[in-house]
Design a protein around this ligand. Structure first.
Ligand code: NAD
Length: 250
């Protein structure tokens, strides 16, 4: 049975990835900052290893990996999905952006991915495993007042090809750039709600709808499979075609 670690795996896209991999028969461990959300995942699926870990903190990640190694026993780790991070891209006007908030954003995404992959590489090498980093279409295009998030997501995109070159041929590394993915139904129970979208919101996507965590999870599973054995160092935009649309304002 293959084993995966998904960071930020207790809610949102990460939760969708965890559930998809479990349905495909994987053993899955998750790290998440939110204690309540992680405990809910553990209660729903006792075969998971759901740990409260802040991936931006070195000691917390090292401690998480020590528990992960015990849980794996003699089995290798086949996949790391580095998905954790502050999901709200808005940090306000650049003139008002505090250094602490800039660092918090960069740390949650970029330092988190660095610490997770650094600790995971020895385990992945045993299996010839792979890594998926979660970037965003915001690595390529922007709304105003999103500099810290855009910088973090651009860094993850660049880090993915650097890692692919460094870690090949043992480990493949790819990057997913999601567009608008609706996660309201994938939050911890007290924050969960049924999403509603206007026709205009759906219509701006050539695919005619907003994305779901399952749209991302399916690609993660493919990238981790043997069918993707010749795919590394690549970026995959999953946005229902939204970023392909040319906009002329009359
Ligand atoms: P979410 O807020 O629904 O879930 C993120 C999860 O990560 C939460 O459970 C949170 O507790 C956890 N987390 C945050 N910081 C953490 C940390 N330092 N250590 C451990 N866990 C941490 O967000 P989401 O929308 O599912 O986003 C998941 C990833 O996908 C993020 O990297 C986000 O930037 C990216 N993304 C999301 C969208 C979207 O439209 N939802 C689009 C593009 C990219």
């Amino acid at each position: 049975m293959k084993a995966a670690l998904v960071t930020g795996g207790a809610q949102g896209i990460g939760r969708g990835i965890v559930q998809h991999l479990r349905n495909e028969g994987w053993r899955v461990a998750l790290f998440d900052l939110d204690n309540e959300a992680a405990a809910e995942m553990q209660a729903e699926d006792p075969d998971l290893l759901a740990l409260t870990v802040d991936v931006s903190k070195e000691e917390a990640v090292d401690d998480g990996f020590s528990r992960l190694r015990t849980w794996l026993g003699d089995n290798p780790l086949d996949l790391i999905v580095s998905n954790a991070g502050i999901a709200d891209p808005q940090t306000g006007a650049i003139e008002e952006l505090a250094l602490a908030d800039w660092r918090r954003m960069l740390d949650s995404h970029v330092t988190g991915a660095f610490l997770t992959v650094r600790a995971g590489v020895p385990l992945l090498r045993q299996a010839g495993g792979s890594v998926v980093l979660m970037s965003s279409t915001r690595a390529l295009q922007s709304e105003p007042d999103t500099e810290a998030y855009a910088a973090a997501k651009g860094a993850l995109l660049a880090m993915s090809h650097a890692l692919a070159v460094s870690l090949g041929p043992d480990i493949r590394v790819n990057c997913i750039l999601p567009g608008w993915i609706e996660t309201a139904a994938h939050q911890k129970s007290r924050n969960r709600r049924t999403p509603h979208h206007s026709e205009a919101e759906k219509a701006q996507h050539p695919a005619g709808r907003i994305g779901t965590p399952q749209d991302i999870a399916g690609l993660v599973a493919f990238l981790a499979s043997d069918q993707a054995g010749f795919i590394t160092g690549q970026r995959f935009v999953v946005d229902g075609g939204m970023s392909a649309r040319m906009i002329y304002r009359a």
